[in-house]
Design a protein around this ligand. Structure first.
Ligand code: GLN
Length: 490
C-alpha cells in the first residue's frame, strides 16, 4: 500500500515512530498528484514548493525532539473559499481571480499551528453555490470513481482530492450539504459540525446563518481528529459557540448498544434511487444487529425544506455578494462611470448560477415580497427546527441517505437548476436547523459508485454521531480503498 492511500492517523503514528519522514510522504502524495490530477482536476492552485519546505521543517522539528501535532507533516488540501494568507483564494469565481488574502481564516490559523503540509486550494462551485462543482469558473472536477461523473459539490475538489490520493485530508464548507454530499459521491467521510462549533471568520460568506467548515477524510477517526483541531470559540466570529469542545477522538468507541436511531419516513422519498435506499437500509440492519434500537419517526416539515433553503440561502448570498463591486478588491471591468463599472464588473465576472441566486435573493428581500417569501421562509425554518427538537426527545441520532442518488454524469443536470436543487433534500434541513451531520460510505451502486449514509445528531453532539459512524465503519471493508483512476491504479 502506498503512503498516499493511508489515513492521517496511521501516517501520524508512522511519523512519530520515525518509520517515514514527512518529505518522503509529501513526495509520495505529490507523485500521485502528478499521476492523476490531470484527469481528476481537484485543485485550483497547487503549492508544491511550499509543501516540500513545510515537510522538511517538520522533519527537522522531529529530529530536534519536538512533539508532533496530529496533522504535523501530513499533506492536506483546503477548499478555495477559505482565506489563506498569501495564497490566492478565488472561490472558483472570476471576480476573485486576483484575490490574495492578507490574512488567514481562523481555521487556517488553527490548522497551521499543527504544522501540516498544505498542498493547495481545491475546486468548488463558484461561491459554493451548487452540488456538482460544475459551476466553477475554472474547470470541471471529475469523480475519481468514474471520470465521466461529477464529484458532487460544492466541496467537490476537496472530496476528489482525498478520494484520489491527491491529499490525505481536506477542509470543505457546508451550507446545504457541500461537505456531506461530495463525501457521499466520492466514497469518503465528510462531517458538517454544529453551526457555531467552528469559526467562520475568513470563510468567504455564502449564506452566513448556514455556512460551516468541516473535514473530508479517509475515515471517521481522521474526521474526529481534524474536528479537534478546528473547533472552538473565536472572538472574531460572534456566532461561534462558547460551548466546551470535547476531545472528539475519545468518542471513537465501538458501541451502539441501546442507541436509539430514528428513521424519518419523509427522507425515504419516491424519487430515491432503489440502490441507495437498499444500501442505507442494509446499514441500518447492521446497527440493529449490533444492538441499536430502530424507531420510525416523522419530520413533517421536510417537504418545505428545499423551498425554505432556496429562499434563505440566496437572500443571504445576495446581501453577502454586494461587496464585489469592483471597488475594494477583486476584479474590475472599467466603465464610463461608477454605475457602469459596477454593472459591467458584476455582469461579466459572476457566473450564471451566482447571478441567478443574487436575483432570487434580492427578489425575496424586496419591499412587497419580503413578507410573502423571506419572512415566511424564516417561520418555516423554525418549524423545521422544531421537528428535530421533537424527534430528538425520543431518539439519539437520525439516519438517512446523504443524497437520493449516487454521483451522476457530468452535464446531465446542469441545465436544469431546479432538478439540481431537489437533490439537496436530505442535506439542507440540517443546515436550516444548525445540526451536525456526518456522511460515511455504506456501499456501492451496481455501476461501482459510492453511496453515503448520513447520521444526524443533536446540536453540539458530534460525539454521538462520530461514535455511531465509527462503530459501523469497523464492520466494513471498503473504507479507505482508493479507486483506479483512468487506468492509474492506487
Ligand atoms: N447544493 C447546495 C447549494 O447549491 C449546497 C451548497 C453548499 O452547501 N455550499 O446551495
Amino acid at each position: 500500500m502506498s503512503l498516499y492511500e493511508k489515513p492521517a492517523h496511521v501516517l501520524h503514528d508512522m511519523l512519530v515512530k520515525k518509520e517515514i519522514s514527512s518529505v518522503e510522504l509529501t513526495n509520495d502524495v505529490l507523485g500521485r498528484i502528478d499521476a492523476v490530477e490531470g484527469k481528476v482536476g481537484a485543485y485550483l492552485t497547487l503549492t508544491k514548493d511550499a509543501a516540500l519546505a513545510q515537510a522538511k521543517a517538520v522533519d527537522e522539528k522531529r529530529a530536534a525532539g519536538e512533539a508532533l501535532g496530529y496533522l504535523a507533516g501530513i499533506p492536506g488540501a483546503i477548499k478555495d473559499n477559505i482565506c489563506t494568507k498569501g495564497i490566492k483564494t478565488t472561490c472558483a469565481s472570476k471576480i476573485l481571480d486576483n484575490f490574495v488574502p492578507p490574512y488567514d481564516a481562523t481555521v487556517m490559523t488553527k490548522v497551521k499551528a499543527e504544522n501540516p503540509v498544505l498542498l493547495g486550494k481545491t475546486n468548488l462551485d463558484e461561491f459554493a453555490m451548487g452540488g456538482s462543482t460544475e459551476n466553477s469558473a475554472y474547470h470541471v472536477t471529475h469523480n475519481p470513481w468514474n471520470l465521466g461523473c461529477v464529484p458532487g459539490g460544492s466541496s467537490g475538489g476537496s472530496a476528489a482530492a482525498v478520494a484520489s490520493g491527491s491529499a490525505i485530508w481536506a477542509l470543505g464548507t457546508d451550507t446545504g450539504g457541500s461537505i456531506r454530499q461530495p463525501a457521499s459521491f466520492c466514497g469518503v467521510v465528510g462531517l458538517k459540525p454544529t453551526y457555531g462549533r467552528v469559526s467562520r471568520y475568513g470563510i468567504v460568506a455564502y449564506a452566513s446563518s448556514l455556512d460551516q467548515v468541516g473535514p473530508l477524510t479517509r475515515d471517521v477517526t481522521d474526521a474526529a481528529n481534524v474536528l479537534n483541531v478546528i473547533s472552538g470559540l473565536d472572538e472574531m466570529d460572534s456566532t461561534s459557540s462558547p460551548a466546551a469542545v470535547p476531545d472528539f477522538t475519545q468518542a471513537l468507541k465501538e458501541d451502539v448498544k441501546g442507541l436509539k436511531i430514528g428513521l424519518p419516513k419523509e427522507y425515504f422519498t419516491d424519487g430515491m434511487d432503489p440502490e441507495v435506499e437498499k444500501a442505507v437500509k442494509d446499514a441500518i440492519e447492521v446497527y440493529r444487529s449490533l444492538g441499536a434500537e430502530i424507531v420510525e419517526i416523522s419530520l413533517p416539515h421536510t417537504k418545505y425544506a428545499i423551498s425554505t433553503y432556496y429562499l434563505i440561502a440566496p437572500a443571504e448570498a445576495a446581501t453577502n455578494l454586494q461587496r464585489y463591486d469592483g471597488v475594494s478588491y477583486g476584479a474590475r471591468v472599467d466603465g464610463i462611470d461608477l454605475v457602469d463599472m459596477m454593472t459591467k464588473t458584476r455582469t461579466e465576472k459572476f457566473g450564471e448560477e451566482v447571478k441567478r441566486r443574487i436575483m432570487i435573493g434580492n427578489y425575496a428581500l424586496s419591499a412587497g415580497y419580503y413578507d410573502a417569501y423571506y419572512l415566511k421562509a424564516l417561520k418555516v425554518r423554525t418549524l423545521i427546527q422544531q421537528d428535530y427538537t421533537e424527534a430528538f426527545k425520543s431518539v439519539d441520532v437520525i439516519m438517512c441517505p446523504t443524497a437520493p442518488t449516487p454521483a451522476y454524469e457530468i452535464g446531465s443536470m446542469i441545465s436544469d437548476p431546479l432538478q439540481m436543487y431537489l437533490q439537496d433534500i436530505c442535506t439542507v434541513p440540517l443546515n436550516l436547523a444548525g445540526l451536525p451531520g456526518i456522511s460515511l460510505p455504506c456501499g456501492k451502486s451496481s455501476k461501482g459508485m459510492p453511496i453515503g449514509l448520513q447520521i444526524i445528531g443533536k446540536a453540539l453532539d458530534e460525539e454521538t454521531i462520530l461514535r455511531a459512524a465509527y462503530t459501523y465503519e469497523q464492520t466494513q471493508s471498503y473504507h479507505g480503498v482508493l479507486p483506479t483512476i483512468g487506468g492509474e491504479k492506487a
